[in-house]
Write a protein of this length. Sequence first.
Length: 484
Amino acid sequence: MRRALAVLLGALVLLGARPAAGQAPAGFDHLGTGFALTGAHRAARCETCHVRGIFKGTPTQCASCHTAARRISSVLMPANHIPVQQPCDSCHNTSTFAGARFSHVGVQAGGCFACHSGASARGKPANHVATTASCDSCHRTSAWLPAGYSHAGVVPGTCAICHNGSRATGKSARHVVTTASCDSCHRTSAWLPASFSHAGVAPGSCATCHNGTSARGKTANHVATTASCDTCHRTTAWLPASFSHAGVAPGSCATCHNGASAAGKPANHVATTATCDTCHRTTAWLPATFSHASVVPGTCATCHNGTGATGKPASHMATTASCDTCHRTTAWLPATFSHASVAPGSCATCHNGTSAAGKPTGHFVTTQACDACHATSAWLPVRPYAHRSPFYKPHNSGVTCVACHRSNGETATWTFAAYKPDCAGCHASTFKPDSHKKVDSPKILYTVLELKDCSGACHTYTDSTFTTIRQSRSAKHRSTDGGF
């Protein structure tokens, strides 16, 4: 008896040591089997897949469980499932069968109805536009909306067949009252912007539509008026608008031009209590005219500070003088500047091409200051050029500037540079040896080098001893003569 009890107790101990059905041993990692438990599989009991305690060889394909007449059957495909050869996990995940994602990559174009029949998958709703076209003619595979519809074959004026508010978007409750077809104003690509022809609209009847409900009406900050829209606005656009000031009382500008109903003074406007029409015209704000009659001379910067009114530009010459020292009240240019206190020769301080007009591109190349040739009252006419070079010798009036200055500069060009700065530097080629005998017997002639300055002694000797002068000639040539 005692032995029987011992055997029974031993059996109970062994049974108690085994894990409960459906529970994996503590610390067991199912991922090690090559099949990760995710989603709904995590809550499944072991024996749901491992029948009769057999663990090895358990199939891992979806169809092994989710197909009728299998050894294990769980959540089978419904009868209205779309015909498909792919495994479940091509579209579904392990958490839920709902919200499946289907790839249309291999689906033949135009074959949508094979699935989207309303039985296997969502089909046309009851209020769908009447059409025999395939779904993919208008819809995308990623979402039903937005859809793109080609109106290419639609007869003009038949819009309401579809756009009746049931099958497709129709007129809104606040649409302008009209019997015209949609395509009279709207495009097939988008409702807005729309174009409306006002050709048959009676002048002055704008408020019939432009009442703020059917079509845009006056804004809250509109100028107070009982005039019809077309008095100021065009049928093609609200702005720009034209307003006739014919009946407006002078000086009453601020009634409308208060910054709310119509443009008022900007923040940087000149401080003034004068009315708009004192300076501005009714056709445009600019240009404006301001009377400086009562302005105290020398106080220009009170307004002309670059904020209230135009001030000095960045390139203005450095000065502390008031604007009216040089400028007039009617226009900035031309300006008058007194050169009385300007030091002679310092012209380039201002006349540098930035602060004031400088030398133009084709100006004669010179290092002399402006006042060497120009007067302070005007650039032209210029004074005659003063030759400062020590090489310069006065010539007769028939010699032109370009005879010596072959470039646009004050530096002369020497034809025969070896003889400069003497006459031969230019006239060596015209030197006549036969006319310049040096010795009678034997006959010896002077060279260019000996007479290069044209002013030296030009004696004729009887013989080569140079002791007896037969003829004395001095200063035969003069640069002021008409010729040599």
